[in-house]
Design a protein around this ligand. Structure first.
Ligand code: ADP
Length: 588
């Protein structure tokens, strides 16, 4: 497991979450239980009436009495059928509502995750939880959960009926069921680990085969064939042993359970027979009890098969619920407000999860309103610094503050009024033009939206859209080209109105076809704000108020262009190279 993986809920949390889900729809759950109880109650009438028929016949009653009881059996069976259908329908709807709630909670929590947490864990983990794990939980809530409720109610009613007919026979039935509990315990204790190990062994085999196939040329070139074959054989052998083990578990479990179903019936017939012989019990009651206990095998079978499903989906639910334990993005309410617009970087060190230190003690103060260009060779840590400045991630040591408050601790609401990272964001979200803009400022009025569009030169084309601000964009809606998407992104920056922009030139606005259109829009957005540009073109540095040079995770030079050129250091060398051959100076 990698260090950054998203957390997994502990069993107590999973139980609490399950109870909370059921409580949230208490009436629905009550209806499911009530209808199932009614259906199970109607189902009990059959064997009881059959027992009555036997007693009536033995007492010498006429055909009329038997007919009436037989009609009763038909009516009760029909009632049971209808009630059971209805209960199933209500149960599945209940399951769907629970699933919807699980999904909504998951989306809310996923959206509240700080970007750094998602990046560290990898989007794969989040996606797997949101798709495969939620689907597993969904199947359980929709099918296994309601089925478990239905069958548990049925089993309890059947056992209860035997107790009503004769407590002694009821006790015999329960005692004879005990072996099932023992076998189930034995099986469950081993099954989870057994199946997990089998799954892991299968993955290992697949992994080895895939790696061998994709690296076939390397395998041939280095004559690794023999070694790969040996590794495959070993993995297959492990897989075979683990499969045999789970097969062994099943070969013990299923026959033992099948035999156990017969035990209560045999016990009831034996004890009931003795009681009847002594005149302590009617033949009808013995037959009815035996029938009830025989019927018990159907719900028990269902319960046992569902218990295992519940176990595996419990693991998925723990992964889905685990999101609640991940750190959430700070809330605007619980972080203090920055006192001014000054950005301070003090003693900042940073290391990615996999790798050594990338920033090794950076100190920098950015003055409000200035344009600072950060230059340096590739891999020096410029992009990493820009992520810390924008609050995407927090430094491992030291502090990045705005107005005295750590940037990474600001909630999204407050952060976007302070610092925004501008990248080549071409994404147009599904929704209207208004939806696309209000992401930045949910309470913006139409006048403000038009003003923002005007500021980035997008007013004209939006006015020409069929429904203006209400025109749907994105898939299925009105198409937008690259520069329009870029203008919308910049209009969002205008609406958020941060005092500082972090501009990563490596990814921002460098598409030559859109650059011409958006250059003026960008200039309008930069106007009057502090700009920290991660410069990949030296003329950006030349035009900046100050230039910071980064080398190998440290800030080595800081000053105006003229000062640095005069100082004759690394920047001066870069500038000379570029100035001597301007065509070769696109990147630093
Ligand atoms: P620059 O922007 O100056 O090219 P970066 O900040 O992108 O530098 O990278 C600095 C160092 O951090 C490089 O050695 C790079 O390999 C490493 N690095 C960047 N991103 C990651 C990451 N997500 N995980 C691990 N190492 C990274």
């Amino acid at each position: 497991m990698s260090r950054g993986q998203l957390p997994i809920a502990v069993p107590a949390d999973v139980r609490r979450a399950a109870v909370r889900l059921v409580r949230a729809d208490g009436r629905g759950f009550g209806a499911v239980l009530g209808l199932n109880a009614a259906a199970a109650g109607a189902g009990l009438a059959g064997p009881w009436l059959l027992g009555r028929i036997i007693d009536e016949v033995r007492a010498g009653s006429g055909v009329g009495a038997v007919d009436r009881l037989a009609a009763g059996i038909v009516v009760c069976s029909l009632a049971q059928l209808l009630l059971a259908r209805w209960a199933r329908y209500v149960g599945h709807r209940f399951g769907e509502r629970m699933l919807a709630r699980v999904r909504e909670e998951f989306v809310d929590r996923a959206l509240a995750l700080p970007a750094s947490v998602v990046e560290r864990a990898g989007t794969g983990d989040l996606t797997a939880r949101g798709t495969a794990d939620v689907a597993t939980v969904g199947t359980t809530l929709r099918d296994a959960g309601p089925d478990l409720v239905i069958n548990t109610v049925q089993a309890l009613f059947l056992l209860g009926a035997v107790f009503v007919l004769d407590p002694l026979l009821g006790a015999v039935g329960v005692c004879c069921l005990a072996p099932i509990a023992v076998v189930l315990r034995w099986y469950l204790r081993r099954a989870r680990d057994g199946y997990l190990a089998e799954g892991a062994a299968n993955s290992e085999v697949a992994e080895i085969l895939a790696a061998t196939a994709s690296g076939a040329r390397t395998v041939e070139a280095f004559r690794l064939g023999e070694r790969r074959i040996r590794a495959s054989r070993e993995a297959l052998e492990v897989s075979r042993r683990r499969r045999l083990y789970t097969l062994f578990l099943r070969t013990v479990f299923f026959p033992a359970v099948e035999v156990s179903y017969v035990l209560p019936v045999a016990g009831a017939l034996l004890v009931g027979g003795v009681l009847h012989a002594h005149g302590a019990m009617s033949l009808g009651a013995v037959v009815a009890s035996a029938l009830y206990l025989r019927q018990l095998s159907t719900p028990l079978d269902e319960i046992l098969s569902r218990v295992e499903q519940l176990q595996s989906s419990g693991a998925s639910f723990a992964r889905v619920e685990g999101l609640a334990r991940a750190p959430q993005a700070g809330d605007a309410a619980d972080s203090p407000a920055p006192s001014d617009d000054r950005i301070d970087v003090t003693g900042v060190r940073y290391a990615y999860d996999r790798g050594g230190e990338v920033l090794r003690g950076v100190d920098l103060t950015v003055r409000p309103g200035e344009r600072l260009a950060v230059v340096g060779p590739s891999g020096a840590g410029k992009t990493t610094l820009s992520r810390l400045l924008a609050g995407v991630d927090a430094p491992s040591a030291g502090a990045v503050t705005v107005g005295g408050v750590p940037v990474a601790g600001l909630g999204p609401e407050r952060l976007r009024r302070q610092v925004v990272l501008v990248t080549q964001e071409h994404h147009v979200f599904l929704g209207t033009v208004r939806d696309n803009l209000r992401i930045a400022e949910p309470s913006a009025t139409d006048e403000e939206l038009w003003a923002a569009l005007g500021a980035v030169g997008a007013e004209a084309w939006v006015r020409e859209l069929p429904d203006g601000l209400d025109t749907p964009l994105g898939e299925g809606g009105c198409g937008t080209d690259g520069s329009q998407a870029q203008q919308l992104a910049l209009a969002r920056v205008v609406l958020a109105d941060p005092h500082t922009l972090i501009l990563d030139e490596a990814t921002a606005l460098l598409d030559p076809t859109t650059a011409r259109h958006t250059e003026r829009a960008l200039a309008a957005v930069l106007e009057g704000r502090t700009v920290i540009a991660i410069a990949h073109r030296l003329h950006t540095a030349h035009d900046a108020d100050r230039v910071a040079v980064m080398e190998d995770g440290c800030l080595t030079e800081l000053g105006t262009h003229e000062e640095l050129v005069a100082a004759g250091g690394a920047y001066a060398a870069l500038w000379r190279t570029w100035h001597g051959d301007p065509t070769d100076g696109s990147t630093v």
